[in-house]
Design a protein around this ligand. Structure first.
Ligand code: FES
Length: 261
């Protein structure tokens, strides 16, 4: 090999790595977790049923825009042109936001592409072109996906508010599903606001924080969230799956929603 770790000028080390710790554990766990989530969420996207039980709608299917939404769940904007699973139209945007996320990039570059698998572990690829060429240059769209993600967070917040109704649509009620949606929307907001792009939007390009006290305050809060971005990325992703599962089980009459009042 004349490129990468085998390039002239690089130390020629026979061993695959000199690391003796369990460096592979983190990428292996990441790979397994991502695999479980991708398989479940793909199945949920194409299931196209049991995603709505008034007043709850799965975050995978909200906003339900096609004409074939379960009655009462949808907006029906694309009724005549999209007789497909409503989740397909929606998932493009949250998925685009997550796939281009700076943290997820690190996670799947390491766990899936092994580029590299861990620090001081050579990658198996011969060439490294970074993110300067197609398709990886598209990762730069992340900052724009952020604005769309905020719109989705607002819609999911509305879904949470709507969940203070009973199965007949009367207001002033609450069930376990309401709490499930609350945790979901809280994690989605925390993940969205902890984004590196959000940190740049709030505090970037400023020469003097002292002249922009509000932006400085916002940047300080976002920076604290940003330090937990990895944890929020995993927790929010897992909870989206759990929220979908809970609503699916209720809608399919496998479990009963626990009503508080
Ligand atoms: S960096 Fe992860 S969502 Fe923006």
């Amino acid at each position: 090999m004349t490129t990468g770790v085998g390039a002239p000028g690089r130390a020629q080390i026979e061993a695959r790595t000199l690391r003796t710790d369990r460096w592979w554990a983190s990428p292996a766990f990441t790979f397994a977790f991502l695999l479980v989530m991708v398989v479940y969420l793909t199945w949920a996207i194409f299931a196209n049923k049991d995603y709505f039980w008034e007043p709850y709608i799965s975050p995978m299917y909200s906003p339900c825009l096609t004409g074939n939404c379960v009655p009462g769940s949808g907006w029906g904007w694309f009724g005549s042109i999209a007789p497909i699973t409503p989740a397909i139209i929606i998932i493009i945007f949250p998925m685009g936001f997550r796939v281009t996320c700076y943290y997820y990039r690190k996670a799947y570059y390491r766990a899936v592409w092994r580029s590299p698998g861990a620090c001081a572990v050579p990658e198996p690829h011969r060439k490294y072109t970074g993110e300067r060429r197609f398709p990886l240059v598209m990762q730069n769209l992340h900052r724009y996906f952020w604005y769309i993600a905020v719109v989705f967070a607002i819609i999911l917040t509305a879904d949470f508010v709507m969940s203070f109704r009973d199965h007949q649509g009367h207001w002033g009620h609450m069930g376990l599903g309401t709490l499930v949606l609350l945790v979901n929307v809280a994690l989605i907001w925390a993940y969205t606001l902890s984004c590196h792009s959000c940190r740049h939007i709030t505090g970037g390009r400023l020469k003097h924080f002292s002249k922009h006290p509000l932006r400085y305050k916002a940047w300080t809060i976002v920076s604290k969230l940003n330090a937990k971005h990895m944890q929020l990325a995993w927790a929010s992703l897992a909870w989206i799956g759990l929220t979908d599962l809970y609503i699916r089980l209720v809608a399919a009459n496998i479990i009963t929603d626990l009503r508080f009042f």
